[in-house]
Each structure stands twice: as C-alpha cells, then as structure tokens.
Design a protein around this ligand. Structure first.
Ligand code: HEC
Ligand code: HEC
Ligand code: HEC
Ligand code: HEC
Ligand code: HEC
Ligand code: HEC
Ligand code: HEC
Ligand code: HEC
Ligand code: HEC
Ligand code: HEC
Ligand code: HEC
Length: 415
C-alpha cells in the first residue's frame, strides 16, 4: 500500500482502515478455521507493526534523515522465507504501544537465541578485536532477512559471504591460479565463528585439524593420508625417534605440500616448485641420490614421463620400505615400477633408485664398480701424467747432438 500521494489526514484514515481490515481478516480466519495459525501459501493478515514499519513515507516523517527511515523500514515481506521468518514480537518485546516506551521495550540479542554459536564466537579472534571497529554478527549476516541454513550453502550465498570477509581482509583475495577461489567458502577452511590464526592452537587449520577441515571435501586423500607415514606422525599415531638437543622432525601437513592461498597445481608440488616445496627440502640425501639416478637425470633433461618422488612413493600413502603395504616394499616393486614399465620383472626391480656409490652396505655392486672405475681412471691418469711429464722434461732439455733418426731426417732435408 503506497501512501506517498496522499496527505496526513488521508493517511491517518488509511492506517485506521488497514487496522480495521486487519481485525476483520483475523476474525474471519478464526471463525472459518478455528485457529489463526498461518498456513503455507495462504497470505498472512497484515500485522500491526507492518502498519507503520512497512510505510517508508510515514517513517520518513518521524525520522531526522531518509537513511534512518530506511533502516526503520522492516516489512513482514522482508522476513518471509528467510531464516528469521518469525513474528516481530519474538525478538521485539514491549513495542506494541506507540510512541514506543523507552525503558520497557527491549530487543533480544543474537546470542540469546543462538547460544551455541555465541560460545564459539567468544572463543574466536573476531570477538576480541580491540583496534578499529569491532566485528559483530551483523557484519556477516545482517539482521532481519538472514539466509536459512540450507541457503547459507548455496553458491550465491557463499560468494556474497566471501565478499563480506574480503571487505575487511582485502589482502587475502585468492590469486587467479588458485583452485579454491570462488567455489569454496572462506569459512570452510577458517571456520565461521571460532576463527583463529592458522598457527594458533585450536585453529581449523592447525596441523592435526587439517585432516578434518580439508578432508570434509577431499575425502579420498584424507582417508589415505590417515595411514601415511607423514599423516600418522602428524596425528600422533606413531612415536617418533628424537635426538636429544635436536628439534623433533616436522612432517608435512596438507598445506605444507600444497600451500594455502598460494596453492599451485599438485604436479608442481611433486616437482618441488610449490610454495611449501616438495619432498627434497626434508629428504636431502634421498633427493641427491635420486638426482644421480636415471630418472633424476632424465627429469633434469626435461622428461615429463620419468618417475619423480611420488611416481614411486605415491603422494598420500607414503610408507617406509620395510612396511609391507608400502609402494616401495620389495614385494610391491614389480607393480609400482610396472605402472610405467609394463614389462617389469623382479630382476628389473634390482635397479636401485637411490643407489649410493659411497654406501658399501646398501649398494655393494655400485660401491665396488665405482671404486674399480675410479681406480682405472686414476691409474690411467697417473700413468699418462708421469709419461707426459717425463716426455716434456726431455724435450725441454733438448736432444743429444748427432743422435739417431732425427739427425738423419735433417740431413736428408739439407741435401
Ligand atoms: C503507529 C506506528 C508504529 C507502530 C504500530 C509500530 N512502530 Fe515501531 N516505530 C515507529 C516509529 C515512528 C519509530 C521511530 C521513532 C522511535 O524510535 O520511536 C519506531 C521505532 C521502532 C524501533 C526502533 C527503536 C529504536 O530505539 O531504535 C523498533 C525496534 C520498533 N519500532 C519495533 C516495532 C515493533 C516490533 C512493532 C510491532 C509490535 C512496532 N514497532 C510498531 C512506529 C511504529
Ligand atoms: C529474529 C529476531 C528479529 C525479528 C523476527 C525482527 N527483528 Fe527487528 N531487530 C532485531 C534485532 C536484533 C535488531 C537490532 C539490530 C541492531 O542492533 O542494530 C532489530 C532492529 C529493528 C529495528 C531498528 C532498526 C534500526 O536501524 O534502528 C526495527 C525498526 C525493527 N527491528 C523492526 C522489526 C519489525 C517491524 C519486525 C517484524 C516485521 C522485526 N523487526 C522482526 C531482531 C529481529
Ligand atoms: C528470538 C530469537 C532469535 C534472535 C534474537 C535471533 N535469532 Fe537467528 N534464528 C532464530 C530462529 C528460531 C531461527 C531458525 C532456526 C531454524 O530454522 O533451525 C534463526 C535462524 C538464524 C540463521 C539461519 C541459520 C539457521 O540456523 O537456520 C542465522 C544466520 C541467524 N539466525 C542469525 C542471527 C543473528 C545474526 C541474529 C542477531 C542479529 C539473530 N539470529 C537473532 C532465532 C533468533
Ligand atoms: C565473519 C562472519 C560471521 C560472523 C561475524 C558471524 N557469522 Fe554466523 N555464520 C557465518 C557463516 C559463513 C556461516 C555458515 C557456516 C557454515 O555453512 O558452516 C554462519 C552460520 C551461522 C548460523 C547457522 C549455522 C549454525 O552454525 O548454527 C547461525 C545461527 C549463525 N551463523 C549465527 C551467528 C551469530 C549469532 C553471530 C554473532 C555472535 C554470527 N553468526 C557471527 C559467518 C559469520
Ligand atoms: C568487519 C570486518 C571483518 C569481517 C567481516 C571479517 N573479519 Fe576477519 N578479522 C577482522 C579483524 C579486525 C581481525 C583481527 C585483526 C587482524 O589480526 O587482522 C580479524 C581476524 C581474522 C583472522 C585471524 C587473523 C590473525 O592473524 O589472527 C582470520 C583467519 C579471519 N579474520 C578470517 C575471516 C573470515 C574467514 C571472515 C569471513 C567469514 C572474516 N574474517 C570476516 C575483521 C573482519
Ligand atoms: C583452502 C583453504 C582456505 C580457504 C578457502 C581460505 N583460506 Fe585463508 N588461509 C588458509 C591457510 C592455509 C592460511 C595460512 C597460510 C597462508 O597464508 O597461505 C590462511 C591464512 C589466512 C589469513 C591470515 C591469518 C592466518 O591464519 O594466517 C586470513 C585473514 C585469511 N586466510 C582469510 C581468508 C579469506 C577472507 C578467505 C576467503 C576469501 C580465505 N581465507 C579462504 C586457508 C584457506
Ligand atoms: C568446501 C570444500 C573444500 C575444502 C574445505 C577444501 N577444498 Fe580443496 N578443492 C575443493 C574444490 C571444489 C576444488 C576444485 C576442484 C577442481 O577444480 O576440480 C579443490 C581443489 C583442490 C586442489 C587442487 C586439485 C586439482 O586437481 O587441481 C588441492 C590440492 C586442494 N583442493 C587441497 C585442499 C587443501 C589442502 C585443503 C585444506 C587446507 C582444501 N583443499 C580444502 C574443495 C575444497
Ligand atoms: C607430502 C606432500 C603432500 C601432503 C602431506 C599432502 N599432499 Fe596432496 N598431493 C601431493 C602431491 C605431490 C599431489 C599430486 C599427486 C600426483 O601427482 O599424482 C597431491 C595431490 C592432491 C590432490 C589432487 C588429487 C587429484 O586427483 O588431482 C588433492 C585434492 C590433495 N592432494 C589434497 C590433499 C589433502 C586434503 C591433504 C591432507 C589430508 C594432502 N593433500 C596432503 C602432495 C601432498
Ligand atoms: C616438511 C618435511 C617433509 C616433507 C616436505 C616430506 N617429508 Fe617425508 N618425512 C618427513 C618426516 C619428519 C618423516 C618421519 C621421519 C621419522 O619418523 O623419523 C618422513 C618420512 C618419510 C618416509 C619414510 C622414511 C622413514 O625413514 O621411515 C618416506 C618414504 C618419505 N617421508 C617420503 C617423502 C616423499 C616422497 C615426500 C614428497 C612427496 C616427502 N616425504 C615430503 C618429513 C618430510
Ligand atoms: C624409481 C622409484 C623411486 C623414485 C623416483 C624415488 N624413490 Fe625413494 N625409494 C624407492 C625405493 C624402491 C626405496 C627403498 C629402497 C631404498 O631405500 O633405496 C626408496 C626409499 C626412500 C626413502 C627411505 C625409505 C625407508 O624406508 O627408509 C626415502 C625417504 C625416499 N625414498 C625418498 C624419496 C624422495 C624424496 C624421492 C624424490 C626426490 C624419491 N624417494 C624418489 C623408490 C623411488
Ligand atoms: C612414473 C613412471 C615411472 C616409474 C613409476 C618408474 N619409472 Fe623407470 N623410467 C621411466 C621412464 C619414462 C624412463 C625412461 C626415461 C627417459 O629416457 O626419458 C625410465 C627409465 C628407467 C631405467 C633406465 C632405462 C630403461 O628403460 O631400462 C630403469 C633401469 C628404470 N627406469 C627402472 C625403474 C624401476 C626399478 C622402477 C621402480 C622402482 C621404475 N623405473 C619406476 C618411468 C618410470
């Protein structure tokens, strides 16, 4: 009902008419159905608050500014279908009289109706922001037409919510190459209410929580990783040998290998070019022996097909060679190598991917072959070294007069 065309008197009459209509509709509803409960699809009776709060022009006359009038303008229509499809009086007590009584009219707080959320909220960083303007429920949800629980999961709602986070965290926009840019809610990784820095205990991104946080969407990887040597170490499912005076070993979590906001394509993780870098940073010795191996050299020369670390060890099911389930356990090597060498046999797998020429116990054949080659090389070099030195010394000293064949040649030349 638009009243902008009419004067105050006419409007007064219209408000009275609306009130009369309201009571008439209510009475009819009660006598016809025996109950006044709203039914889906049946238009609701005009509620009393709507009479004034649904009329912007009326509110404008009782407000100092148009903005104030706009914020007072809360129609029943606004709430319909939203998470807060409730009667006004559920949240606003004592407003039925007008002018509204200052002292006795109260508005319920968000926390009073959502106590579980409020507890999580109190534990998080946002509840304790002391510099700048504090963050409140309204900053993310608004007040009256909040989305429903299902609505919060819709793609448009996610994008809109991400924009709200970014309004305060604009430096955290995802780079264009990152896989999670628009499709994933900030809150899926950071949580919605108990939001903490990733390195703070209790964060959804703390080392031990990532399996649940990332695993909510990447179930297969998380399930494998639960039994992986790194996963088990992170989750505390195995004890780790520690050396006194040294930092305990730090196994990688999902984001060590993949990165957070700077996430790159997984293939780049294996290649060691990702932000957390690949395996080489933590397993230097094995990286060196890999580098000297056939596969390492082929990769360096640009082969895209040659095995990298995960080609043999997998990415999320890495286990020590001594574990029978490991992809590099002796019994499984034919299958593992067989992915790329279909005709691999047990003797083919005798090839040592981490052959170390300096380690006699681990690689005796390599060790002795290397020694022999070195002996041959140094022997040959020494022999020719001595030979060359003697020859040089002799030619510098000059040759004895009138001697042998050379003299003969010269003579022949003179003739
Ligand atoms: C006769 C018109 C009228 C009716 C009916 C009416 N209001 Fe208001 N209401 C106003 C006006 C005008 C204001 C702004 C001036 C003021 O704060 O008193 C206002 C202000 C408010 C405010 C803001 C108070 C504040 O301090 O910011 C709330 C909340 C509110 N009304 C709720 C309600 C609810 C709930 C109902 C129904 C139970 C209702 N009103 C019915 C006219 C009305
Ligand atoms: C789920 C609870 C809830 C319902 C339902 C609700 N409100 Fe509110 N409303 C609030 C809260 C909370 C605030 C206080 C927001 C704030 O702190 O600025 C508020 C604020 C207001 C204001 C003041 C706005 C301002 O800017 O000062 C008005 C007017 C208002 N409500 C009217 C209504 C009317 C009319 C209805 C019914 C159509 C309604 N509300 C239904 C919770 C509710
Ligand atoms: C009078 C109690 C009451 C107040 C006050 C109240 N809410 Fe609600 N809120 C509800 C009810 C009831 C629902 C519907 C719950 C449902 O469908 O399970 C709801 C739903 C929601 C939803 C949608 C998610 C869901 O569970 O369906 C959000 C978001 C929400 N409220 C946020 C807020 C915020 C923010 C405030 C403060 C501005 C607030 N609420 C104030 C009672 C309230
Ligand atoms: C930083 C933004 C942000 C703030 C501030 C915020 N929320 Fe939420 N809230 C969210 C997001 C995002 C979701 C959806 C979470 C999901 O889908 O798991 C949500 C979900 C909800 C839900 C429905 C799901 C549930 O967990 O029950 C309610 C109710 C709710 N919020 C109430 C509140 C209340 C009350 C406050 C203030 C104490 C508040 N929110 C503050 C972002 C926020
Ligand atoms: C109204 C502004 C505002 C909104 C909206 C907001 N934040 Fe914040 N956020 C802050 C402020 C202020 C801090 C604390 C100051 C800081 O450390 O940057 C903070 C802290 C954080 C932190 C911890 C940072 C740290 O280093 O301790 C994370 C993570 C975070 N917010 C994520 C989010 C996410 C995710 C959303 C959306 C669901 C969101 N924020 C919405 C203002 C906001
Ligand atoms: C895939 C999970 C993921 C998503 C989605 C995500 N983040 Fe992050 N976020 C992280 C990780 C991991 C870190 C810490 C490492 C880093 O900075 O990359 C982080 C760091 C942050 C920080 C600094 C505080 C801290 O814990 O170091 C803020 C603020 C932040 N993110 C806000 C956002 C906002 C805003 C969005 C949505 C646009 C978002 N994040 C989406 C995983 C995510
Ligand atoms: C809410 C669900 C969700 C959460 C939580 C989530 N992701 Fe994702 N992730 C996705 C979606 C969707 C994609 C995009 C898939 C695509 O592009 O095919 C993706 C892509 C990826 C990719 C790239 C896959 C590819 O083939 O390019 C990696 C790696 C990844 N996520 C790791 C993580 C990590 C690590 C975390 C936790 C910090 C995480 N994700 C949290 C949904 C999620
Ligand atoms: C040790 C490093 C490492 C860790 C820890 C790790 N990943 Fe990966 N992830 C990789 C590598 C390398 C790949 C690429 C696999 C390939 O090339 O076959 C990958 C691939 C992925 C993919 C893409 C899969 C596909 O089919 O495209 C997702 C999603 C993923 N990881 C999620 C996770 C999650 C979630 C976690 C934690 C539970 C995690 N990763 C832990 C190294 C790791
Ligand atoms: C952030 C450091 C880090 C990164 C990155 C990392 N690892 Fe590890 N890795 C560890 C730690 C710590 C252990 C457990 C060592 C222990 O228990 O003493 C481990 C154990 C292993 C083991 C079992 C070895 C043993 O001695 O039991 C293998 C195999 C392995 N990692 C392979 C890889 C591969 C392949 C990658 C890359 C896809 C990789 N690692 C990436 C730190 C790392
Ligand atoms: C061609 C397959 C292959 C490639 C490629 C490969 N490995 Fe291995 N790796 C093995 C096999 C087989 C073993 C067990 C025999 C051994 O220790 O030499 C092993 C053993 C290891 C071990 C010790 C496991 C244990 O139980 O003690 C680590 C750590 C390791 N590799 C890391 C790496 C890293 C890091 C890379 C990449 C730089 C890599 N591997 C590349 C096949 C491979
Ligand atoms: C991800 C694929 C892949 C895996 C897994 C793999 N290799 Fe290879 N390997 C290659 C490719 C490709 C070449 C040829 C490299 C080139 O010349 O570009 C090669 C070459 C070799 C060669 C030297 C030339 C030849 O073809 O005989 C040996 C020996 C070898 N691999 C042994 C192994 C063994 C043993 C395993 C298992 C422990 C293994 N490889 C696992 C891809 C793989």
């Amino acid at each position: 009902m638009k009243l902008s065309w009419c004067g105050p008197r006419v409007r007064g009459a219209a408000v009275l008419a609306a009130a009369a209509l309201y009571f008439a509709v209510q009475a009819a509803g009660v006598s016809a159905q025996g109950a006044a409960a709203p039914r889906p699809g049946v238009p609701r009776p005009v509620p009393t608050c709507e009479r004034c709060h649904g009329e912007l022009e009326f509110l404008r006359q009782h407000s100092p500014t148009l903005d104030r009038a706009r914020s007072l303008s809360v129609s029943d229509q606004l709430l319909r279908g939203s998470g807060h499809d409730l009667p006004c009086a559920e949240c606003h007590k004592g407003f039925s009289a007008f002018p509204h009584p200052g002292g006795t009219a109260t508005t319920a707080t968000c926390a009073s109706c959502h106590p579980a959320v409020a507890r999580a909220w109190d534990a998080g960083t946002h509840a304790h922001v002391d510099q700048g303007s504090p963050v409140g429920c309204k900053d993310c949800h608004g007040v009256h037409p909040v989305p429903t629980r299902a609505g919060l999961k819709a793609r448009e709602a996610i994008v809109a919510m991400n924009q709200r986070c970014l309004a305060c965290h604009d430096t955290r926009r995802f780079p264009a190459h990152a896989p999670h840019s628009d499709s994933v809610a900030c809150a899926s990784c950071h949580g919605a209410h108990d939001v903490r820095s990733h390195d703070q205990a209790g964060s959804t991104l703390a080392a031990r929580s990532q399996i649940t946080t990332c695993g909510a969407c990447h179930r297969e990887e998380a399930a494998s990783w639960r039994n992986d040597i790194h996963g088990q170490t992170v989750l505390g499912a195995r004890s780790v040998k520690t050396v006194a005076g040294q930092e305990p070993p730090r196994p990688p979590t999902c984001t060590t290998c993949h990165g957070g906001h700077q996430m790159v394509h997984p293939k780049q993780v294996a290649a060691g070019t990702g932000p957390g870098a690949g395996c080489t940073k933590c397993h230097e010795k094995y990286a060196d022996t890999f580098g000297d191996s056939y596969h390492g050299q082929a990769s360096r020369l640009g082969s895209k097909r040659a095995a990298d670390c995960t080609g043999c060890h997998t990415a999320h099911s890495i286990l020590p060679a001594a574990n029978p389930r490991s992809s590099v356990a002796k019994a499984n090597l034919v299958a593992t190598c067989g992915h790329c060498h279909p005709r691999a046999t047990a003797s083919f797998t005798a090839f040592q991917p981490h052959g170390d020429v300096h380690d006699r116990a681990k690689s005796p054949l390599l060790f002795w072959t290397y020694r022999l080659m070195m002996l041959l090389l140094t022997g040959t070099l020494m022999f020719f070294g001595v030979h060359t030195t003697l020859w040089l010394a002799r030619s510098l000293r000059g040759e004895p007069a009138g001697s042998g064949a050379h003299g003969g040649t010269r003579k022949g030349g003179d003739a």
